[in-house]
Write a protein that binds this ligand. Structure first.
Ligand code: HXC
Ligand code: NAP
Length: 265
């Protein structure tokens, strides 16, 4: 068994990553490439896919990708088939495409609410559903990217809360169904991560940023690398007995402040 903490721990493996052309998931793609994986990325923008693939290839990675909207099942299926044909079976699957905007439930149309549910929840279902036949089972590892909104209600986030709660439950149901086949399915719940579109939308001012930091026990934002290394852990033999887990890589955010008000800002 390869030492999971070696610098070439992922050599010879294939990773398929949905929504990995910017932000957190791009950080995961870069880390997997650094550790030797072949990497296939999808997202809507052809330009972002091309830029990501070129950047990975320029560092010597076997990389490819396709412009795909995760809401379109046939296109998701086609990209997984293309990945399998180029790189062989898929050892690690990341589903991280998501959409968010700040609006109260009454300030959005039914289509606006549905848009986020379609991208986050249906998109994750599509990616997992279409990937299954291409997974290298037994042994494959799936990670869905969820959010604190899955377990904590927030104003202006009803769409994201509902969608990501579904992602958590989907993750655990798939873990039960696919466990006997040797496929592990987990979710990672990032806290606020610096330099990301998510935090630009949720904390657009220095005051909002400070407020967000105060909601975290470690009093700081995390980095994409924190999420990437948790994915590596779950992709390797280090995580071989972990499935159905919602792993919080969030500086202690979902714990809250203990509820007694004695934590100092
Ligand atoms: C109310 C809004 C809105 C807003 C869009 N809509 N923005 N409604 N307030 N601010 C409505 C539109 O009017 C439309 O409804 C419907 O939503 C769909 O909008 P489109 O622009 O047509 O959708 P689309 O082009 O598919 O874009 C999806 C998107 C967009 C989610 C709206 O923002 C996007 O592409 N986001 C991807 C990037 C992103 O969000 N990254 C952050 C992820 S962070 P009508 O009725 O007019 O048709 C995250 C959690 C972070 O997920 C957690 C941090 C702790
Ligand atoms: P981001 O940079 O906007 O990343 C979203 C990615 O998904 C992009 O590659 C985007 O590329 C792609 N995408 C969006 N809609 C898509 C669709 N319909 N089909 C296919 N691809 C699509 O956002 P981020 O802030 O790094 O967030 C990444 C993940 O982490 C999300 O799942 C988010 O919910 C989660 N998260 C983020 C934070 C945070 O602090 N940022 C905290 C908790 C959880 P295209 O535009 O090319 O489609």
């Amino acid at each position: 068994m390869t030492d999971p903490f070696r610098s070439d721990a992922l050599a010879g493996t294939t990773a398929f990553m949905a929504g990995a052309t910017s932000g957190i998931n791009l950080g995961v793609a870069e880390r997997f490439a650094e550790l030797g994986a072949k990497v296939y990325v999808i997202s809507r923008s052809q330009d972002k896919v091309d830029a990501t693939v070129s950047a990975l290839q320029s560092k010597g990675t076997d990389a490819a990708g396709m412009a795909v909207d995760v809401r379109a099942y046939d296109a998701v299926e086609a990209s997984l088939k293309d990945c399998r044909e180029r790189f062989g079976k898929i050892d690690f699957l990341l589903s991280g495409a998501a959409g968010n905007f700040v609006a109260p439930a009454l300030g959005m149309s039914p289509n606006a609410f549905k848009t986020v549910v379609d991208i986050d929840l249906m998109g994750t279902y599509h990616v997992c559903r279409a990937a299954f036949e291409h997974l290298n089972a037994p042994g494959a590892s799936v990670v869905n990217i969820t959010a604190p909104q899955a377990v904590k209600p927030y104003i202006m986030q009803s769409h994201v809360c509902a969608a990501k709660a579904g992602v958590n439950m989907l993750t655990q149901c798939l873990a039960l169904e696919w466990g006997p086949l040797g496929v592990r399915v987990n979710a990672i719940s990032p806290g606020p991560i610096k330099d990301t579109e998510g935090m630009r939308r949720l904390a657009p001012t220095p005051e909002a940023e400070q407020h967000a930091k105060n909601a975290v026990a470690l009093r700081d934002f995390g980095e994409a690398r924190d999420i990437a290394d948790a994915c590596v852990f779950l992709a390797t033999s280090a995580g071989k007995y972990i499935t159905g887990e919602i792993m919080y890589v969030d500086g202690g955010m979902v714990m809250g402040d203990g509820g007694m008000g004695q934590v100092q800002g």
